[in-house]
Design a protein around this ligand. Structure first.
Ligand code: F6P
Length: 536
């Protein structure tokens, strides 16, 4: 652990009795000084215990870790995903005018060509030139899981006000309930099925794709004609019988959880149209250029990352909550769970040694105000502080319902204020007294009504949830994960931790079918035999 880590820990220890409110009292400019703006986004990180000393140390930490050089290496197409020997270039998918060289070849002409083919195909579906056996496409079913599902599923919901194409549905779970519930009520003749899988081997996706194909074959003469494939293994898509004109490929330097910007975003493009999709890309590209060029002290992804490092690795808070006060960002916490936890949930550093600090935190959340009536009790009064990341748009998309939006925003601001301020014992007693409670009852209840406060939060404020703004937000979080990963010294772009369970599932499957399979523990054997008995 370097001296900077030690100084940060010491800085935190010295704060033991200080409150966030005291930082505001000591510095009348704290709100503006700890608010960073980029391209219309406003990031207020003043309601944290990061003071100027901690901020400077955190920036030193980023410098010491080589964030700037690593950032340049990523954008330049160097193979920074060292355990898989790959470049990391999801940024190239949204920088369509740029030029990036990998292994001596400019990869951008291929990126542009695929983007153009996707746009042409989306236009032909949306205007009815591409039709199913029963006529114009009314429904699109995206079959994929993880990064091949969460990005487009989250973004299609987020951009509902821009949705003017066919209805979109997302099937991910191998639980047959998912595909059964989705296909129920759809007309196979007017449905387009997208099989989205980077590897085109993922068991959940392949099983669902086969089921969809059987469903389609029951009423459509040429079911394969209504299938599309998105994959970086174009060869395997041919084995599934999908015509190459409807196969959209991408390179292995696009990680699954970073893939919504390219072919994996096709369902989103079909929903909102190529023009809105391009604005989504432009928002991400604008965040890319901010991230690439802004000094660390004014760099939004860097500062978001540093608040994360401060809260998790320095303060020791085990989780962080992402709380979008935007119902259409309902799936954002799930999307960020994969982005952050699959990227930085690792215990071995890039150099093969054990991490000497905690890996990335547990990320969770729900939209406000719903979460307030579910888990905020714990956030306010539980024993473990949960740093909260609020996200709010100043304007909704429903001008007739502006009063709803004002209430929504008021709740968001009130929560961050309440978390910081809390309510003292005296304040709780005064409130009860005002309500006419007698002394013995007041004594009995007072401590239950105390809020410790001093609970940190940040607020990301945008103007409105447009395609451009959504692109900015997602790129902001992608780069935040990258910066945290560099500071921790880990490779944020592999995901070996998902392999073991997948491999064992293949070995457990025979047990459930009553076939022999060696090497299982007594509990697993017992559960498998109980399931077999119950199934009869
Ligand atoms: O769960 C592991 C994972 O490899 C994710 O990283 C990925 O997004 C998901 O599975 C789906 O993979 P694929 O797109 O290859 O089907």
């Amino acid at each position: 652990m370097s001296d900077i880590w030690k100084s940060l820990k010491a800085c935190r220890a010295a704060q033991a009795d200080t409150r966030i409110e005291a930082l505001f009292a000591a510095d009348p400019d704290r709100a503006t000084g700890f608010t960073t703006r980029a391209d219309g986004l406003v990031f207020d990180w003043s309601k944290t215990m990061i003071d100027t000393a901690a901020r400077d140390l955190l920036l030193d930490l980023a410098r010491e870790a080589g964030v700037e050089a690593r950032r340049e290496a990523m954008f330049a197409g160097e193979k920074i995903n060292e355990t898989e020997g790959r470049a990391v270039l999801h940024t190239a998918l949204r920088n369509l005018d740029g030029s990036v060289v990998v292994d001596g070849q400019d990869v951008m002409s291929e990126v542009r060509a695929i983007h153009e083919r996707m746009s042409d195909f989306a236009r032909s579906v949306r205007d009815g030139r591409f039709a199913g056996a029963g006529g114009a496409i009314t429904d699109v079913v995206n079959i994929g899981i993880g990064g091949s599902d969460l990005g487009p599923a989250m973004a299609a919901l987020a951009l509902a006000p821009y949705h003017d194409g066919p209805r979109t549905h997302f099937v991910s779970n191998v639980d047959g309930a998912d595909i059964a519930d989705t296909l129920k009520g759809l007309d196979a003749g007017t449905t387009l099925v997208i099989v989205a899988s980077k590897t085109f081997t993922t068991i959940e996706t392949m099983t669902n794709a086969q089921t969809a194909r059987d469903w389609m074959a029951a009423s459509v003469a040429d079911p394969a004609a209504q299938f599309v494939a998105l994959s970086s293994d174009v060869g395997k898509t041919g084995d599934f019988g999908i015509d190459q004109t409807r196969v959209f490929g991408f390179e292995d330097w696009v990680g699954g959880r970073y893939s919504v910007w390219g072919p994996i975003g096709l369902s989103l493009m079909l929903a909102v149209g190529p023009e809105a999709f391009d604005r989504f890309l432009a928002g991400a590209a604008s965040m890319d250029s901010h991230f690439r060029s802004a000094p660390l002290a004014e760099n939004l992804p860097v500062l978001l990352a540093l608040t994360g490092i401060w809260h998790h690795q320095i303060c020791g808070y085990p989780t962080r909550a992402v709380l979008p006060y935007d119902n259409r960002l309902m799936r954002l916490p799930a999307y960020l769970q994969q982005l952050e936890m699959e990227s930085n949930g690792k215990r071995v550093a890039m150099d093969g040694r054990d991490l000497r600090v905690a890996s990335g935190p547990v990320v969770w959340g729900e939209p406000g105000t719903n979460g307030q009536h579910a888990f905020y009790q714990l956030i306010h009064q539980g024993t473990m502080p949960v740093p909260c990341e609020f996200i709010l748009a100043a304007r909704g998309h429903e001008p007739d319902l502006a009063h709803h939006h004002i209430l929504l925003a008021a709740n968001c601001l009130a929560q961050s204020e309440a978390l910081m301020r809390g309510r003292s014992l005296n304040e709780a007693r005064a409130l009860m007294r005002a309500k006419g409670l007698e002394a013995p009852e007041m004594d009995r209840q007072a401590r239950h009504r105390v809020f410790p406060g001093n609970r940190p939060s940040t607020t990301l404020l945008i103007d409105q949830l447009t395609p451009f703004a959504l692109g900015q937000i997602l790129a902001l979080y992608e780069h935040r994960v990258f910066v945290e990963g560099v500071i921790l010294g880990i490779n944020s772009f592999d995901q070996w931790g998902v392999e073991l369970g997948k491999e064992l599932a293949l070995k457990v499957e025979p047990l459930l079918k009553g076939e022999a399979s060696a090497g299982h523990d007594a509990s697993t054997l017992q559960l498998a035999s109980l399931i077999r008995a119950l199934r009869g």
